[in-house]
Design a protein around this ligand. Structure first.
Ligand code: PRX
Length: 651
C-alpha cells in the first residue's frame, strides 16, 4: 500500500462558494480579515481586549498562566457572571428590553425583561441562601425548558454556587450518578415538563434518584404542568412558595476569575460521564465575544437558539453569551413537530427572529418533512443562520441556505465542544467566503491544526488528520471534576501539550477546516481510512435520502466493508433498485473505494438525546453482537425494532 502521511483519506470534493453579501459585510462587527493576523500576533492581548468588554469588580493582574495542561485566565480578576448578564444592563436603556421571550409547548408565553430577570434571579438567589447553599456548593438542576431554568443558573452564579445541569430527558439513574459525582447539596426540578402533549415525569424520576443521593439536603420543585399527583416529601419545597417571601435584593458575590462557574457532564466513549469544569472569567469572556462576533449581534436582534439548556449550547448561547451581550433570546420548551411540523417556523414568524441557531440533525429532519412546512410562514425576518453539533452535509447546508435563509442569510457552521466552552472554528459572517460543510477557520486568537498520527501538521490542501488546538483559550475546560488524571489522559496525552479534540478534520488549500466526525467513527477499507461523514454526505446528496449512518462491517478481504443505514425522504420507498442506485451515487461522488456493500433502509436511526447518531450501536447490530451501553439513547424502541428488522433481513 502506498505510504501516506494522512490519517484519514479526504475524498469528498465540494466546490461551491458563497462570499459574504455586501450589505451584510458593511454593517458587520467584523469586516476586516486582518483581525486574524492581529490576533495571532498576540492572542493574550487580543483576549485581554475582549475581557475589557465585561464588568470586573477588580481587574486581573495577569492574562494567562499556562503550565500544560493547566490553564488560568485573567488571574487576580474578580467578577460575577450574573452581574454581567443582568445588573450591568439595568444602568442602560436595556433595563426594559426583553431578555428572554419564552414559549411553552402548549403555546403559553412569558416575556422577562432584564429588570424582571434581575428581580427573579435575586429572589431565587436569596432562596438558595436560605436553604443553606454557599459559595462553592454544587446545585443539581433537572428541569424542562422553562424560564425558571435560566433563573436557577443565574441565581447560582450570583451567590457563587456551582450549577450542574442534567438534561431533563435523562433517566433517574443518569441523574443519580451525576448528583453523586458532583456531591450536589440541592436539587432543583419541576413536577413535570411537556413533550408532544405528554408529561415528562421529572419529579417522579427525581424521587427515584433521590433514594440514592445522600449529599442532597433539600429539593425545590417548580409547578410547571400542575400534576395533582405530585406531592412533596421531606425537605422538598415548591418554588413559588419559597419565592413569595424572598427578599428582592441579593448583592452578587465577587468571584475569582478562576472560581468554578459550572460542571456539565458529557459522555465519554467508555466509562462514567465526564464532569467538564468551567470557570468564571475566561468562560464569560469567550462566550461573550464569540456570540457577538459570530452571530453579529446587534441590539435589534432576536436570537433563537433551539438547543436545550441541558447541553452546553444552551449554557453558552441561550444564557451566558446572549445575556452578557444584552440580547433578546427566544427560548422554546417544545419539539419541532408538535402540534405540527412547522413549529419552529411559526416561532420565527411570530417573534420576528433575526438569527436562528440549530443542529444538522434537525435540518435533515426538516428536509425529510418537505418544504411545505417552512413555506407556510414568513421567514423574512431572518438575517443569519447557524449550525452546531455535527458536521452538516453539503446538501443539508444548501437546503438550509435556500429554503430557510431565502438565499440571503449567511450560515455560520460553528465547531466546538462541551469542553471548549465556546465556539472555536467558525466563519465570521461579514468576511468569510462560505463553503457548504466547511466550518471555515479558527476564531481569531485560537490556534488549531490538523496533524497526522505522529503529530506533524498536515499542510493546507494535503489532506486530513486529527484536529488539535495548540494554544490555550479562555473558555477551555480546566479539568474533569474530581478526576484530573482522566483530564490529562483524555485530552493531553496523545500529543503532549496539545489539546486533542477527538475529531477528524481536513484542511484545504485555502486553509479552511472541514470536520469529518469523531475519529472513532472512521472506517478502514482496504487500508484506507475513510470518514463516515463523507460517505453519509454523498448519500444525503441523493434526492431520495433524508439521513444516513455509515459504519464499517468486518470483511474478509477489505478489512472493513462500508455498510449504510438510510432513511428516505417523504415520497420515496425502499427497493433493491434504489439501493443499487445509491451505491452507484456514492461511487460517483467519492470513488469506488467508498461504495457501500450493503444498504439497509430504516424508518429511524438511533440517536443520542442531543441528536447525534449512535454508530456504535449500528456496528453492534451489523456484527450480530449484543448491544453495548444504550443509556444515552433518545428512543430505545428505535434500536430494538432496527435490530429485529436487520436480523430478519439477514436470515
Ligand atoms: O464531533 C464534534 C461535533 O460535536 C462534538 C462535541 O459535542 P458536544 O460536546 O456535545 O457539543 C456539541 C455542541 C457544541 C465535537 O467533538 N461537532 C460540534 N459542532 C460541530 C461538530 N462537528 C462538525 N461540525 C460542527 N459544526
Amino acid at each position: 500500500m502506498e505510504k501516506s502521511t494522512q490519517t484519514i483519506a479526504a475524498l469528498l470534493q465540494e466546490e461551491r462558494t458563497f462570499p459574504p453579501p455586501k450589505a451584510f459585510q458593511q454593517q458587520a462587527w467584523v469586516n476586516d480579515p486582518k483581525i486574524y493576523e492581529q490576533a495571532a500576533k498576540n492572542p493574550e492581548a487580543f483576549w485581554a481586549k475582549a475581557a475589557e468588554e465585561l464588568d470586573w469588580f477588580k481587574r486581573w493582574e495577569k492574562v494567562l498562566e499556562w503550565n500544560p495542561p493547566w490553564a488560568k485566565w485573567f488571574i487576580g480578576g474578580k467578577l460575577n457572571a450574573s452581574y454581567n448578564c443582568i445588573d450591568r444592563h439595568l444602568k442602560t436603556w436595556r433595563r426594559n428590553k426583553a431578555a428572554i421571550i419564552w414559549e411553552g409547548e402548549p403555546g403559553d408565553e412569558r416575556v422577562l425583561t432584564y429588570q424582571d430577570l434581575h428581580r427573579e434571579v435575586s429572589k431565587f438567589a436569596n432562596v438558595l441562601k436560605k436553604l443553606g447553599v454557599k459559595k462553592g456548593d454544587r446545585v443539581a438542576i433537572y428541569m424542562p425548558m422553562i424560564p425558571e431554568l435560566p433563573i436557577a443558573l443565574l441565581a447560582c452564579a450570583r451567590i457563587g454556587a456551582v450549577h450542574s445541569v442534567v438534561f431533563g430527558g435523562f433517566s433517574a439513574e443518569a441523574l443519580r450518578d451525576r448528583i453523586n459525582d458532583a456531591q450536589a447539596k440541592l436539587l432543583i426540578t419541576a413536577d413535570g415538563g411537556w413533550r408532544r402533549g405528554q408529561v415528562v415525569p421529572l419529579k417522579k424520576n427525581a424521587d427515584e434518584a433521590l433514594k440514592q443521593t445522600p449529599s442532597i439536603q433539600n429539593t425545590v420543585v417548580v409547578r410547571r404542568v400542575g400534576d395533582p399527583s405530585v406531592t412533596l416529601g421531606q425537605n422538598q419545597y415548591w418554588w413559588h412558595e419559597l419565592m413569595r417571601d424572598a427578599p428582592l435584593e441579593c448583592p452578587p458575590e465577587p468571584m475569582d476569575s478562576e472560581d468554578m462557574l459550572f460542571i456539565l457532564y458529557t459522555s465519554g466513549t467508555t466509562g462514567k460521564p465526564k464532569g467538564v469544569v468551567h470557570t468564571t472569567g475566561g468562560y464569560l469572556v469567550g462566550v461573550t465575544l464569540t456570540h457577538k462576533w459570530i452571530f453579529d449581534i446587534k441590539d435589534e436582534d432576536v436570537f433563537f437558539c433551539t438547543a436545550d439548556i441541558g447541553w452546553v449550547t444552551g449554557h453558552s448561547y441561550i444564557v451566558y453569551g446572549p445575556l452578557a451581550n444584552g440580547t433578546t433570546v427566544v427560548m422554546f420548551e417544545g419539539v419541532p413537530d408538535y402540534p405540527d411540523k412547522d413549529r419552529f417556523w411559526a416561532i420565527v414568524e411570530k417573534y420576528r427572529a433575526t438569527i436562528l441557531y440549530t443542529a444538522p440533525t434537525a435540518i435533515r429532519t426538516f428536509m425529510r418533512w418537505g418544504e411545505e412546512y417552512p413555506k407556510r410562514h414568513d421567514l423574512s425576518s431572518l438575517r443569519l443562520l447557524g449550525s452546531v453539533g455535527e458536521p452538516i452535509n453539503p446538501e443539508a447546508w444548501i437546503w438550509y441556505y435556500k429554503v430557510i435563509g431565502g438565499e440571503r442569510c449567511p450560515i455560520v457552521d460553528t465547531w466546538w465542544q462541551t469542553e471548549t466552552g465556546h465556539i472555536l472554528i467558525t466563519p465570521l459572517p461579514g468576511i468569510s467566503t462560505l463553503k457548504p460543510a466547511s466550518a471555515n477557520k479558527p476564531f481569531p486568537g485560537i490556534e488549531a491544526k490538523v496533524v497526522d498520527e505522529a503529530g506533524n501538521p498536515i499542510s493546507p490542501g494535503a489532506g486530513a488528520g486529527y484536529l488539535v488546538i495548540t494554544k490555550p483559550w479562555p473558555g477551555m475546560l480546566r479539568t474533569l471534576y474530581n478526576d484530573p488524571e482522566r483530564y490529562k489522559q483524555a485530552y493531553w496525552s496523545k500529543f503532549p501539550g496539545v489539546y486533542l479534540t477527538g475529531d477528524g478534520c481536513k484542511i484545504d488549500k485555502d486553509g479552511d477546516f472541514w470536520l469529518l466526525g469523531r475519529i472513532d467513527d472512521v472506517l478502514n477499507v482496504s487500508g484506507h481510512r475513510i470518514s463516515t461523514m463523507e460517505v453519509e454526505s454523498a448519500l444525503v446528496d441523493h434526492q431520495a435520502v433524508a439521513e444516513a449512518a455509515v459504519i464499517g462491517k468486518s470483511h474478509d478481504v477489505k478489512g472493513q466493508a462500508v455498510s449504510a443505514f438510510v432513511t428516505l425522504r417523504a415520497g420515496y420507498k425502499p427497493s433493491s433498485e434504489l439501493a443499487d442506485e445509491l451505491k452507484k451515487h456514492v461511487a460517483k461522488k467519492i470513488g469506488a473505494i467508498a461504495r457501500p456493500d450493503d444498504i439497509f433502509f430504516t424508518a429511524e436511526l438511533p440517536k443520542t438525546r442531543s441528536g447525534k447518531i449512535m454508530r456504535r450501536l449500528l456496528r453492534d447490530i451489523a456484527e450480530g453482537r449484543a448491544l453495548g451501553d444504550t443509556t444515552t439513547l433518545a428512543d430505545p424502541t428505535v434500536i430494538a425494532q432496527l435490530k429485529s428488522q436487520y436480523e430478519s433481513s439477514e436470515s
